[in-house]
Design a binder for this molecule. Structure first.
Ligand code: PNS
Length: 161
């Protein structure tokens, strides 16, 4: 039974994340999508809102293999508590590489039994990031096709206020 964790901020979840989630299930039996409470980042959506958005976005056919959770503190402490075999991260571009490389090595040091597996983000999503989606939505730009429809609505709701 291979358990994978897909950690991130998911503020908000994008179609690029969903692509990684779907592909992660081909190399794992169970997947935990883990939202980090990031004290250094101010988030647009609360952890509860993100939990709900992610749960709604995961296709029903995967529901029995996917759990959405949130964690505080170190990812590898959470991974150890869950007995995870691997951490999945999406790589979009060379600019992601340095940070991911450092984090993967540091995480390996903290919990050597757990591997970090990188997936190249699908070519139709490689330029999509939550940061850019938020910025476009903030200025009432079009984010159709970048995020699930209900997230698009939630973004409109946030920036209308
Ligand atoms: O989607 P993001 O913001 O790129 O995800 C980054 C995340 C949440 C995976 C990373 O910041 C993280 O693991 N945070 C938890 C705290 C932690 O373990 N820090 C040490 C990393 S070596």
């Amino acid at each position: 039974m291979k358990l994978a964790i897909y950690p991130g901020s998911f503020d908000p979840i994008t179609n690029g994340h969903l692509n990684i989630i779907q592909r992660s299930l081909s190399i794992s039996d169970q997947l935990i999508i883990a939202i980090a409470h990031n004290v250094q980042k101010t988030s647009l959506f609360s952890v509860e809102e993100r939990l709900e958005q992610i749960s709604r976005s995961v296709p029903k056919e995967y529901a029995d293999r996917v759990k959405v959770d949130a964690f505080d503190g170190l990812l590898m402490d959470f991974a150890q508590q869950q007995n995870a075999h691997m951490i999945v991260r999406g790589l979009r571009a060379i600019s992601d590489f340095e940070y991911e490389f450092q984090m993967a090595h540091m995480n390996k040091r903290l919990f050597p039994q757990c591997e970090t597996v990188f997936m190249m983000t699908g070519e139709e999503h490689f330029y999509v990031s939550s940061n850019l989606v938020r910025e476009i939505a903030r200025f009432a730009g079009n984010v159709t096709g970048l995020v699930p429809e209900h997230v698009e609505e939630a973004l409109k709701g946030k920036y209308k206020k």
